[in-house]
Ligand binder design. Structure first.
Ligand code: PXL
Length: 268
């Protein structure tokens, strides 16, 4: 009998299909794990200007979905994505703390591609209080890392290392900071595991169609941890997976373009 590796994402729906739950499920499928979902918010976009319209799911419905999966089914690993309110962050943190999931990846979503302002700035403290202490890995981009670390901005590698060390103090075991657009011509990811800073660097892929890259990155890490990889292995796999999917990304309309999740399998 086939026994799948079961992985959960607690995140928002991006009805355009590129980010959120939709990106997570596409990633889980590509990484050969069985994906399950707890929906926290529904995001729609105004067709004229692609402004994001956000409808949070009520707490009782979030709890009901969560309990279907934990304790109802069980998971090898889980990730969180967009959690739109302080109450939802707190509730999800408490549910995970009770459920004692072996591998939890927290993607501290604060901004969406296509919108410039931070979506929920007041949520940063709630993530530090309720989610980071129970996370095995947190995957901020440079903006989110600066917010979590209480810094103005991250402009170079030294500042990223400083931020990672500060964020690590919140109790999260591993901090991965994605520096996609900070260093000239390069992308770089930093992993700080409490002991050493490791860097993965590559030339930047020149595309504006990057929607869902962060979601897919954290989903891939969760999938690989669920299959038994170490954090370092899962990180490298996610880095390569997202790079391949970004090289083959495509526009949906004039506003938005997602990754092509099948790229690695097809060698596209
Ligand atoms: O890419 C961040 C993100 C995460 N989750 C949902 C989103 C977005 C951006 O649009 O809609 C549901």
């Amino acid at each position: 009998m086939f026994t799948p590796v079961k992985v959960l994402t607690v995140a928002g729906s991006d009805c355009s299909g590129g980010a959120g739950i939709q990106a997570d499920l596409k990633t889980f499928q590509e990484r050969d794990v069985y994906g399950m979902t707890v929906l926290t918010v529904l995001v729609a976009m105004r067709p004229e200007d692609w402004q994001h319209l956000v409808s949070p799911v009520d707490l009782e419905t979030i709890k009901r979905q969560f309990r279907t999966i934990l304790p109802g089914i069980g998971v090898a690993a889980a990730k969180t994505g967009m959690l739109p309110t302080v109450e939802i962050i707190k509730t999800v943190g408490q549910l995970f703390a009770e459920a004692k999931v072996q591998h939890l990846v927290v993607d501290p979503v604060m901004v969406c591609k296509g919108t410039s302002e931070a979506l929920f700035p007041e949520n940063t403290q709630a993530m530090l209080d309720y989610l980071l202490p129970i996370a095995e890995v947190v995957t901020p981009n440079s903006f989110e890392a600066a917010q979590l670390a209480g810094m103005d901005e991250i402009k170079n590698k030294a500042e990223a290392e400083k931020a990672a060390k500060r964020i690590h103090k919140s109790g999260c075991k591993n901090v991965i900071i994605k520096m996609a657009r900070v260093l000239p011509g390069k992308t770089a990811d930093l992993l700080f595991d409490g002991k050493e800073c490791l860097w993965l660097e590559n030339e930047r892929i020149n595309t504006e169609w990057t929607h869902g890259a962060g979601c897919s990155f954290s989903a891939c890490i969760a999938a690989e941890l669920g299959k038994g990889s170490t954090v370092k292995e899962a990180w490298k796999c996610a880095h390569d997976f997202v790079r391949a999917a970004l090289k083959a990304s495509f526009p949906l309309n004039q506003h938005i373009g997602p990754l092509y999740h099948k790229a690695m399998a097809k060698n596209a």
